[in-house]
Write a protein that binds this ligand. Structure first.
Ligand code: UT7
Length: 318
């Protein structure tokens, strides 16, 4: 026994920011961003908090599952951008939607949603949980250095959510961590303690070595997807859809060629949504589900990578 995905939902902030608008802030242009990354526009929160976006995505997932908020037994939120350390984003969602259940946050950066989904599987297998809300929610724009053109053009804000329950749809998974801040580093606020002496504490913004991240991403996507397919006793030709972390079109293109899985099987929304960190996969999966293309029994692979360093993949029988 594992899980089945009972419902999906997502929320995107109202404000659309185009590449031309970013060219007014930093030295960049639409042609470079489209050619090197594939993003045309992204959504940036103007007043929507991470908690608000998470709760809106959750409400949509609950509606799609055909249940009520009081039937949720557990809420797990993957985030690196909660507006507060406490209450957690998950606890805030519980309050906003009117659920009565335990709620906690997890952090494995951009790979976090799959780590959270994998955790939900363990609770379901343990027994006693009928409906678990798993959410990825990020206001990445608050940890961006808006003068750094190599990062501010690639990220966006949003949230995605699943309601999962007992079933047989989680065929295999892989979780990978390699503690390493040399490729991507996101320091947190280091406080004002009069006793703190570490002058080297950085500003709380994403510092990313793009090309190193790119190589890590292509390698991990390829290895992780091959590994989860093998564990599930499947091959590339059994795959109906791959929902990849929406970081860069060229990363997906390289992975597609190395895996021997055609680009038509990859669900892409990064042109309109950008990289929303751990919200990326649940937003894309919810949009794919909403499109009506997915059929019960389809084989769907999720694959994510990011800071940590971390990566994760899983195979779902829809
Ligand atoms: O979710 C976390 C995971 N993150 C990722 O997956 C990111 C992976 N990396 C990437 O997507 C790409 O490496 C970037 C999009 C970040 C950068 O693209 P790139 O093709 O690797 O560019 P680069 O860093 O090699 O830089 C090439 C040139 C440089 O100029 P010079 O030194 O050749 O004159 C950069 O300064 O492109 C320049 N550049 C830009 N030019 C216009 C970098 N950013 C920009 C920009 N607009 N926004």
């Amino acid at each position: 026994m594992s899980i089945t995905i009972k419902g999906t939902g997502y929320y995107l902030p109202k404000k659309i920011v185009t590449n031309d608008e970013l060219a007014e802030i930093v030295d960049t242009n639409d042609e470079w961003i489209v050619r090197r990354v594939g993003i045309k526009e992204r959504r940036i929160a103007t007043c929507e908090t991470t908690e608000y976006m998470a709760a809106e995505a959750a409400k949509n997932a609950i509606k799609s599952a055909g249940i009520n908020a009081n039937e949720i037994d557990l809420i797990i939120v993957s985030t690196i951008t909660g507006e507060k350390t406490a209450p957690t984003v998950a606890a805030s969602v519980q309050s906003i939607i009117g659920a009565e259940c335990p709620a906690f946050d997890m952090n494995s950066a951009c790979s976090g949603f799959i780590f959270a989904l994998d955790t939900a599987v363990s609770y379901i297998v343990r027994g006693g949980f009928r409906n678990i809300l798993v959410i990825g929610a990020e206001r990445v724009s608050k940890i961006i250095d808006w003068s750094d053109r190599s990062t501010c053009v690639i990220f966006g804000d949003g949230a995605g959510a699943f309601v999962v329950g007992p079933g047989n749809g989680y065929l295999s998974s892989i979780l990978y961590s390699r503690g390493d801040s040399s490729v991507i580093d996101i320091p947190s606020y280091h406080g004002d303690s009069p006793f703190w002496t570490d002058e080297a504490s950085g500003k709380p913004y994403i510092i990313m070595h793009g090309q190193e991240t790119f190589k890590f991403a292509v390698t991990r996507m390829t290895e992780d997807i091959n590994a989860v397919l093998e564990k599930a006793g499947l091959s590339a030709c059994d795959v109906d859809y791959i929902v990849p972390h929406q970081a860069n079109m060229r990363i997906i293109d390289f992975a597609s060629k190395r895996l021997g899985i055609g680009m038509e099987k990859f669900f892409i929304n990064l042109d309109k949504v950008g990289n929303t960190s751990s919200a990326s996969i649940p937003i894309a999966a919810a949009q794919l589900n909403e499109s009506g293309k997915l059929k019960r029994g389809d084989i769907v692979v999720f694959s994510a990578f990011g800071a940590g360093l971390s990566s994760a993949a899983c195979v779902i029988k829809w």
